[in-house]
Design a protein around this ligand. Structure first.
Ligand code: SAH
Length: 290
């Protein structure tokens, strides 16, 4: 699908009818969504026939865009049931209905529990019923994760929690929007804290944020945003690393073994030499006696 056509399709979608400020519900504009999807699809081949997760799906613009661009299985995750309801209505506008699986999940809370798992093991008062143990939790996985995360202005750390979760879910790449003013910080978080293999800004855009919550003076504020492509440290690369380590250990063992054998041979030769010397000394003594 051509970018112009995609953008006009996305224009017809409904957005949050009652946006919730505490969840930082700002719909991605069709222009921004189209840009992300175009880069992901055309430059990196991360959409067509790929499984996709839209983290913080809201009313579904990224998930629906991905589906229209030929994605395979698409899963949308959000903590807000009302948003999921509106997303469902958007999916039903299509004939046949667009297939996007929807899931209610608090990503920030899950990451908090996951990261604190070891501490919680020692916590006596822990509420067993709601606790998710690292070993028990299987993260949903997809080739590509798309997210326009909360920027963390309302719930501190929500932006990093979203990135952390996205990286646990992505097989190949995470695409995420972040304010350009946080560029250095995001790179540090992605690479140093979350162990990304790479983190690159693949597009720079202007985001016209509507004054939907009434806390800005103007009707619309312009925010500069980066589209990031982040590669998680892949399990395959890790496996290769592990294999390299095993090969290295095997070779070291062989070297040790060879050195041992050499030592043994050396000492056997020395022993023989000694014996030979002893015998020849004995012989010459005997000869002397004769
Ligand atoms: N993807 C949509 C919405 C982006 S706004 C779009 O591009 O238009 C951010 C979304 O993250 C909102 O839908 C909000 O409900 C969701 N969200 C905020 N906190 C969340 C959490 N802790 N867990 C899951 N989703 C959350």
């Amino acid at each position: 699908m051509k970018p112009k056509q995609l953008q006009s399709e996305l224009q017809d979608l409904r957005t949050f009818s009652n946006p919730k400020q505490n969840l930082e519900q700002y719909a991605t504009t069709p222009l921004l969504a189209t840009k992300l999807l175009q880069v992901a699809s055309v430059e990196f081949n991360d959409i067509e026939e790929k499984s996709v997760i839209d983290l913080g799906v809201g009313t579904g613009v990224l998930a629906i865009g991905a589906k229209l661009m030929g994605a395979g299985h698409v899963l949308g995750i959000d903590v807000d049931a009302d948003a999921l309801e509106e997303c469902k209505e958007n999916l039903e506008m299509y004939d046949p209905e667009l297939e996007v699986e929807l899931c209610l999940m608090d990503v920030v809370e899950l990451i908090r529990r996951y990261d604190n798992d070891e501490d919680e093991d020692e916590d006596e008062d822990e509420d067993e019923a709601v606790s998710v143990k690292r070993k028990d939790y299987v993260w949903p996985r997809a080739d590509t994760v798309l997210t326009n995360p909360p920027f963390g202005t309302r719930r501190k750390g929500a932006d990093v929690a979203f990135l952390a979760a996205a990286m646990k879910m992505a097989e190949t790449a995470v695409y995420s929007f972040h304010k350009t003013s946080t560029r250095e910080y995001i790179e540090k978080v992605a690479v140093k804290k979350l162990g990304a293999k790479s983190a690159k800004v693949v597009a720079e855009m202007k985001y016209g944020l509507k004054n939907q919550y009434g806390h800005h003076r103007k009707d619309e504020v312009e925010v500069f945003v980066d589209v990031w492509r982040i590669e998680p440290s892949s399990s395959k690369a890790k496996k290769d690393d592990d294999d390299d380590e095993k090969d290295e250990m095997f070779e070291q063992n062989l070297r040790d073994l060879a050195a041992n054998i050499e030592e043994l041979q050396l000492s056997a030769r020395q022993r023989k030499d000694k014996e030979r010397n002893k015998n020849s000394r004995k012989n010459s003594d005997n000869r002397k006696k004769w």
